[in-house]
Design a protein around this ligand. Structure first.
Ligand SMILES: [Zn+2]
Length: 191
């Protein structure tokens, strides 16, 4: 198992999230890791800090295990490289960068300690909502382009209203009804 954590900021809002992938088992797909930041639009979904400051420590412990494994892997790869180095000066150069690897690992640790300490860090429902919103937008744009082969991505922008209802803005004449009906959205001719 080689778990990688990827940070993701969608183009539909300003949330920042992360998910994991197992590079040795890609079929398993992306698995929610943490909510780093919640935008104003999704703030109402976020778990608020409790007075007692209680957090989901079991979930944090599981997630820290991924961080510890990543740190160990970074150091191990570095040590393997030192072992493989044939020329003494090459070995010395690598040994000199050990400090940087340790600093990097310490930064990763601090970074995720801060993220996982937030009350909404484990709010997978935010990840799902943001992901669904982003996918719907991508699928609706794809559908509109499929229906109107003369359109490209340059002809379509999007926005969400306060209720997060999607509107596509099209800068050319196009047949919009099928897309509006299929996705329950508004498509507006602009420009
Ligand atoms: Zn958001």
């Amino acid at each position: 198992m080689t778990i990688n954590i990827t940070t993701w900021s969608p183009d539909t809002c300003r949330c920042e999230l992360s998910y994991t992938n197992d590079s040795e088992n890609p079929e398993a797909g992306s698995i929610f890791y943490a909510v780093h930041m919640v935008c104003d639009e999704h703030a109402h979904l976020a778990t608020k800090a409790t007075l007692s400051g209680e957090r989901d420590d079991a979930k944090s412990a599981d997630k820290f295990k991924v961080i510890e494994d990543t740190k160990a892997r970074n150091l191990d790869q570095h040590q393997q490289a030192i072992k493989r180095a044939h020329l003494p000066h090459h070995k010395r150069e690598l040994e000199d960068t050990t400090r940087l690897i340790n600093e990097h690992n310490a930064r990763v640790h601090t970074h995720f300690t801060e993220i996982l300490a937030q009350p909404f860090a484990h709010d997978e429902h935010i990840y799902k909502a943001v992901l669904a919103e982003n996918q719907t937008k991508n699928q609706a744009i794809g559908h509109l382009m499929e229906q109107n082969p003369h359109l490209t991505h340059l002809h379509i922008t999007f926005s969400h209203d306060k209720a997060r209802k999607l509107t596509l803005h099209v800068y050319k004449d196009a047949e919009t009804k099928p897309t509006e009906e299929k996705f329950g959205i508004t498509v507006r001719r602009v420009g």
